[in-house]
Design a protein around this ligand. Sequence first.
Ligand code: AOS
Ligand code: ZN
Ligand code: ZN
Length: 388
Amino acid sequence: MTVSTETLRLLESQAIELPSWAFGNSGTRFKVFSTPGTPRTPEEKIADAAQVNKFTALSPSVAIHIPWDKVDDYAALGRYAEDLGVTLGTVNSNTFQDDAYKFGSLTHIDPKVRQMAIDHHFECIDVMNQTGSEDLKIWLADGTNYPGQGDIRGRQDRLADSLAAIYARLGENQRLVLEYKFFEPAFYHTDVPDWGTSYAQVAALGDRAMVCLDTGHHAPGTNIEFIVAQLLRLGKLGSFDFNSRFYADDDLIVGAADPFQLFRILYEVIRGGGYGPDSTVAFMLDQCHNVEEKIPGQIRSVLNVQEMTARALSVDRTALTAAQEAGDVLGANGIMMDAFYSDVRADLAAWRESRGLPADPMKAFAASGYQAKIAADRVGGTQAGWGA
Ligand code: AOS
Ligand code: ZN
Ligand code: ZN
């Protein structure tokens, strides 16, 4: 047995939130391919997300996006989700698709546009009050394309004021998580480009404002696990958007591009107290499945996180500390690599079966007939996709 009983016990409570938009069509600026069975409504996205949880018991909540998941009755949407065994999680705002936001949203020079963006976040908080969601996640497309286009400092000051207005509206059990991204859609400067800016902005707001770390939002070669360690040390790591990248913000399946990096990140999460029932760090996926099937894409993703968490939990930390203290460079590195290279798949399959789950959730989903059923049932209407 490669995986210890203690590791299995710690894996029991693992929860990875799914993004509703992962079930809609997405693509690049060149083409968005449609797939038979793609959801047309928020309810259908939630039904698909519930399938992932049904076969893995790993994803008990679904993040929604306003306005993409706009409905008349959010309490009813929450009940619909609960009937399918999941809850509604993080509410994601959107200030990147209105013409008014061409030159910014929360940073805009025009107070009317800024207020429009602030009001949108108030609307998101109203949704949270109805769904019981605890996290408001803000990712901003704000930035400029050319030196001199905007006053970088002034934009930062306006951002602080806008965020303060939003933060003041949050309920006692609600948090604001601010995501950073180094470029795209803006190509010269972005208003929240890095963890330091996000940290500075949320630190000024208060205890319930945290940083969201999207693993795809860093320059190549960035040591992401160092950022994880630092944010945990500062008590400001609120959530993860997991995905993987080869080039830019690829939003590919987590662990697909660099499994070793995922291992190193999860090791620092565990080391820093960011894993387990007492932790307030939210694990989320932020992915888009352009060419692969979406539900199996999400199943593969949560399994990748589970497998890599098992490996990271398997690091012999006592031996590692001893090796570090003794200055045993290769010994310490060997302990990390032993855990990384341990194949946990057979043990996890047996453990799943012992909990009444399929040993191989990918295979079980494929055999379930769900994909064929939604392809046959979901005719007419407009398929959901990036931007709708
Ligand atoms: C954008 O690049 C970010 O990763 C966002 O977290 C997210 O993909 C978008 O806001 C959809 O909600
Ligand atoms: Zn993200
Ligand atoms: Zn992104």
